[in-house]
Structures are given as C-alpha cells and as structure tokens.
Ligand binder design. Structure first.
Ligand SMILES: Cc1cc2nc3c(=O)[nH]c(=O)nc-3n(C[C@H](O)[C@H](O)[C@H](O)COP(=O)(O)OP(=O)(O)OC[C@H]3O[C@@H](n4cnc5c(N)ncnc54)[C@H](O)[C@@H]3O)c2cc1C
Length: 323
C-alpha cells in the first residue's frame, strides 16, 4: 500500500478471507456481468471466536502445563452458550479458544451508533480491542473447569494484548481466477476452524498451483487460464470435502440445540473411533508434494491417498515454466 508498482505475468491473491484482490477481481467481473450471483453474497458467519494465550502458569496450580505432550481438550457445556478449547503449549503456557454464537456475546453498547450493515461495524465488532475485552469479561464467571481451576482463571492470567476476537466466516467461492489473476487459501475457500482444515487446505492449494505454474508451457494468456482452471479442478473436491468436515465438527462441538447435544453424545460415546477418524483421514490423504523439490518420504499415521498427476511423471520430464 506504499504506491510501489511491480510487473509480472500472474498475480496470486493469497491475502486472506477479506482479500482485496478478490474484491477487485469480482468488481471487474461484475462490471462485465460475468460474476455468478453466489459470489456476490457475503460469507456466512454463524459463530464468533475469542483466542488467547496465557502467561506462564505455576504447574502446582495448573498441572496440565507440565505435560510434555500437547493435549487438546474441548469442553461443550450444555448449560453455557460457549464451547471452550484449551491446549498446553511450551513455557508452561495454555493456548485457548472460545467459540460462541454472536447473539450470546453482542458487541459493546458503544457500537450501537454504527449501522449494522456497515463494514466498520463488522470489523470493529469482531476485531476491536473493546469487543475482545467485552467478551472476555462476559466469560470470566463461566464454570468450565480446567486443571483444577475454572476457565475464568486462565483469562485472569492472559494479558489483554494476547487476546483476539475473530468472526468465524465460511464460504467456498465459485470464481477462483480471472485472466492472469488467481486466488489461493482463505481468499477463495474460507472454512470454519473446527476440524483444523483451513491452513492445511491453503497449503495444499499452494502446492497444487505451484506445481502447475512450474509446468506452464508459456506465459500466453490461454496457457495461464488453462493452468488456473486445472488448479481449481484439482482442488475443488478436496476443499468441498474439508468444508463438509469442518461444518460437521463445528455443529458437533458448538451446536447448542438438543439435537446437537444428542449428536455430540452419540459421536463421542457410541460411534467407534475408527469410523470417526474416517473423515479426517480422507481430508488428510491428498497431500501433493512440490515437484520441483526433492521428494520427501511422507511419514505419519495417515498414508497419502495419491500424489498429484504431475508428480507421477519423472522429474526429468518436467520443465520449468517459460515465464
Ligand atoms: C481461531 C482460528 C483457529 C484456526 N485453527 C486452524 C487449525 O487448527 N488448522 C488449520 O489448518 N487452520 C486453522 N485456522 C484457519 C487458518 O488460520 C487459515 O485457513 C489460514 O491462515 C489461511 O491462510 P491464508 O494464507 O489463505 O490467509 P491468511 O493467513 O489470512 O494470510 C493472508 C495474509 O495476507 C495479508 N494481507 C491481507 N491483505 C493485504 C493487503 N492488502 N496487502 C498486503 N498484505 C495483505 C495478511 O496480513 C496476511 O498476512 C484457524 C483459524 C482461526 C480464525
């Protein structure tokens, strides 16, 4: 934003959920009446989230910080509106996250002068320091237990500059590219965080796009457009599957209806573990490697499902792009 000008053959918009590049690209397509109506709709936002990290805690007071493994615990009390997740991290600290419905933790009164349809309202009510403080104050009396204490005690040990409030938005956009401009990660596929897929899918999309760009036969517009269409075709199903998985996880862990409680109970207590893992295994199986780097032996409990088409060809047959 300093006025610098750069020239290139392609522009990759990896600038997050509120992507400026997507906004410019969509405006241009809309002016030409080429933007699908679904891409004009705002992202869905049914949840808000407060995240933070405590100061180092005394292991005598909070024993879980001594654990040498990071233990991720999710607590979904039926009698309180929020879902709380906590995890011990290095230096005796605890990282925590609270997910709730926006109506249960409305933004501070001072925002009432700003029109609800204004972008300023959305941004300030989600990201503003006041909004984070208001939500953390409302959460202090909660009864959620952790390590012999209440969650409120963790909040007491968290500096206010280590707390952020985030709108949890969700949308897979239909249009991922136009001409020489292409979108990547949250800019075109924004997922709920439950299920831990957003960054994973962004990285997979980056690898897939980089592999295709590496093999671009020329920088003619037709080749660039084919490359971008192939990229979307390669990623679309996996991203869609991840979005279903994250929606189901969000519903199971944050839904507050009776039906959600029953589903949560059945999934966590009655459905066998191997069945629960099927979904996350499938989401993690498609992990292409960069074809222009030495192949690494892919370890881990979940075996890769398949490599990208380009990887199946020997390295020698791959040529760097003529851009
Ligand atoms: C609470 C929470 C928990 C999450 N947990 C997980 C998890 O466990 N596992 C997982 O896989 N994912 C998780 N995610 C999702 C993950 O954080 C995102 O999917 C991921 O960060 C998307 O990466 P990105 O590069 O597409 O966008 P971003 O990480 O948003 O990066 C975009 C970058 O572009 C920059 N930028 C934006 N506009 C401009 C501009 N105009 N000029 C210059 N720079 C600009 C931004 O500053 C930023 O650095 C979580 C998300 C949240 C909110």
């Amino acid at each position: 934003m300093d006025g610098s000008v750069y020239t290139g053959s392609v522009l990759v918009g990896a600038d997050g959920a509120r992507s400026k590049i997507r906004q410019w690209m969509y405006q241009d397509l809309d002016d030409k009446r080429l933007l699908p109506s679904s891409d004009k709709q705002p992202m869905k936002c049914d949840f808000i989230c407060l995240v933070g990290i405590t100061e180092p805690l005394d292991p005598k007071v909070c024993p879980p910080v001594k654990d040498t493994k990071a233990v991720f615990t999710i607590m979904c009390p039926n009698n309180e509106p929020q879902t709380t997740a906590v995890m011990n991290v290095p230096d005796n600290k605890v990282a925590w996250m609270v997910i709730a419905n926006p109506t249960d933790f409305p933004p501070p009164q001072t925002y009432s002068q700003i029109s609800k349809s204004s972008p300023t309202y959305a941004i300030r009510s989600a990201w503003g320091h006041d909004a984070a403080s208001a939500m953390s104050s409302a959460l202090k009396p909660t009864s959620v237990p952790y390590g012999g204490e209440r969650f409120g005690a963790l909040l007491e040990h968290t500096r206010s500059d280590k707390i952020s409030k985030v709108l949890l938005e969700e949308k897979i956009f239909k249009t991922w590219s136009s001409g020489r401009v292409v979108l990547l990660g949250d800019a075109c596929h924004k997922l709920y965080p439950s299920g831990g897929q957003g960054a994973n899918q962004a990285i997979m999309s980056a690898v897939s796009l980089a592999n295709l760009l590496y093999q671009l036969p020329s920088n003619r517009l037709e080749d660039v457009e084919t490359c971008f269409h192939t990229y979307r075709a390669q990623r679309r199903f996996q991203v869609w599957f991840a979005s279903v998985l994250t929606k189901v996880c969000t519903y199971i862990f944050s839904g507050k209806s009776r039906f959600a409680s029953l589903t949560r109970y059945l999934i966590l207590n009655k459905v066998p573990n191997w069945m629960v893992r099927l979904g996350s295994n499938f989401a993690a199986q498609d992990r292409p490697q960069a074809v222009f780097l030495p192949f690494v032996n892919d370890g881990g409990n979940i075996r890769p499902y398949h490599q990208s088409q380009c990887f199946q060809r020997p390295m020698a047959s791959l040529r760097p792009a003529a851009v």
